[in-house]
Design a protein around this ligand. Structure first.
Ligand code: C2O
Ligand code: CU
Length: 505
């Protein structure tokens, strides 16, 4: 691979206007880091776990002294964490008490299409008439796209027959995903197995999920977001946040602004998710005396790497996850390690901090070999190569974001792949687009004809295409047949058309 500095020579363009909060913001590193609570199953009988989540409005004190209305999974933001085991099925019954229809997608889950949260498979709000029709287009074996599936509650079933990793569940309704996630509809799900637990990685209180997301706050304490008025897109100045993606001036980790965590002088396993709609980060861990600690990456979106990769700077695009070990044992007791974003400026440079509070024993390890089960797909295995462009363009009389020149249309078949087929996808981007495929994990083969970057290692489900770049990935369409999606995970780009159908037959 390339050296870290070469990797970063081409910095992503941070476009998009940042929304400014209209309430006083707290100083950084004052609010303790919350850990999302783990959801208790309603049943563990029959070799499967069943959960119930009510989606409802709630409010929370995110900024000290300010009440913020939210849309939540089970009353909290982030939603409750679901802890699960590889191969042990989980069913989550979602009930929608929000004022709008919703869709749940388990990001990174290897899920049958019926539970994957297709953007028109709606869970209707209470009080709306439920109409369920599951039409089939016999020619393509696809759901009839005009037959929108709607229910008041919905059981989502996840076999979780997949590598252990950090997943996240979030809203996925067509055209309205970005504002729904912004309002709070996001939570974590962790898949574990015995092999990973036998490695001796830091665990218990030394394993921390970190959901990073930016937001902005209006004068009344509510979350600020550009109005969903399509005519605004064309007006200069107003259209900008829409088009490029919405950025906030407050960085939340697990729902708290610039939090601080009291740590032992020991190794920690940080399970980092960028749940921001549009903000990219380049994370660094900086000590009080200005040294950058190693970020030892042990896992990617789809689980453990073969062997650890050490970074000083870790770029993370929306929806990407990194599993990272950080070692505080050499840090003076009482001092701080700040996690900063090299792409931020002013307040958005800070992310969170650890205060190294006490000496501690540490029997954790970072094995040189982390996993043996990564796929070994070669270019010569591919039965086809596909090309996609991810670019802005005209859509419905305004500007939108297009894949291959087209905005999302649930009625159009875009990609049809055979179950078991290995394919290479070549994707080119105009500006920064984090591209996500449902159902499968993939490996990065090249970036603009050069080898992948150090942080491209392992099995991923989201890859950051940088401005002007051409990225090749290789994957195998495995697991289930049915209609899935691929899309840009800049949530505003996704809502503005940058999504396409992927059907496995
Ligand atoms: Cu994280 Cu299609 O989504
Ligand atoms: Cu995009």
């Amino acid at each position: 691979g390339l050296s870290a500095s070469a990797a970063l020579a081409r910095r992503p363009s941070i476009t998009g206007a940042e929304l400014r909060s209209a309430v006083p913001l707290p100083p950084p590193f004052q609010v303790p880091l919350p850990i999302p609570s783990v959801l208790t199953p309603v049943s563990t009988a029959g070799g499967a776990d069943r959960y119930a989540i009510t989606q409802r409005a709630a409010s929370a004190e995110i900024l000290p002294g300010v009440r913020t209305p939210l849309w939540t999974y089970a009353g909290t933001f982030p939603g409750p964490t679901i802890e699960s085991r590889r191969g042990r099925p989980v069913t989550v019954t979602h009930r929608n008490e929000l004022p709008v229809p919703t869709v749940v997608h388990l990001h990174g889950g290897r899920t049958p299409a019926a539970s994957d949260g297709y953007p028109t498979d709606l869970v209707l709000p209470e009080g709306r008439e439920a109409t369920t029709h599951m039409g089939h287009d016999s020619a393509h074996g696809m759901h009839d796209p005009r037959a929108v599936v709607t229910e008041l509650t919905r059981d989502y079933t996840f076999p979780l027959d997949q590598r252990p990793t950090l997943l996240w569940y979030h809203d996925h309704r067509m055209d309205f995903t970005a504002p729904a996630i912004w309002r709070g509809l996001a939570g974590l799900q962790i898949v574990r197995d015995d092999a990973e637990e036998a490695l001796g990685l830091p665990s218990g209180p030394r394993e921390l999920p970190l959901m990073i997301a930016d937001r902005a706050f209006a004068a009344d304490g509510g979350l600020a977001y550009p109005a969903l008025d399509p005519t605004l897109r064309e007006r200069p100045g107003v259209s900008e946040p829409y088009l490029a993606g919405v950025l906030g001036d407050v960085i939340l980790v697990n729902g708290a602004p610039w939090p601080v965590h009291e740590a032992d002088a020991a190794r920690y396993r940080l399970r980092v998710l960028n749940a921001s709609n549009a903000r990219h980060y380049e994370l660094e861990a900086v000590t009080d005396d200005g040294h950058r600690l190693d970020l030892v990456q042990i896992g990617a979106d789809q689980g453990l790497l073969a062997t650890p990769v050490t970074h000083k700077v870790l770029p993370i695009a929306p929806a990407e996850r990194y599993d990272v070990i950080i070692d505080f044992s050499g840090v003076p007791i009482g001092s701080r390690v700040r996690i900063v974003n090299g792409l931020g400026s002013g307040r958005t440079r800070d992310v969170m901090a650890f205060r190294v509070a006490r000496k501690a024993t540490d029997d954790s390890r970072i094995p040189r070999t982390l996993s043996h089960d990564l796929p070994a797909w070669r270019r010569s295995d591919a039965v086809r190569v596909r090309d996609f462009s991810f670019r802005t363009g005209r859509m419905h009389g305004g500007h939108g974001w297009l894949i291959g020149g087209l905005p999302f249309d649930p009625a159009r078949s875009d990609v049809t792949a055979g179950l078991g087929d290995v394919e290479v996808w070549r994707m080119v981007a105009d500006v920064h687009h984090p591209v996500h495929l449902h159902l499968v994990g993939f490996q990065v083969l090249s970036r603009s004809g050069r080898p992948p970057l150090p942080h491209d290692a392992g099995l991923k489900d989201t890859v950051s295409l940088r401005p002007g770049e051409s990225v090749e990935i290789i994957t195998r369409f495995d697991g289930y047949r049915g209609r899935y999606l691929f899309h840009c995970h800049n949530a505003e780009h996704e809502d503005m058309g940058m999504m396409a159908n992927l059907e496995v037959i």
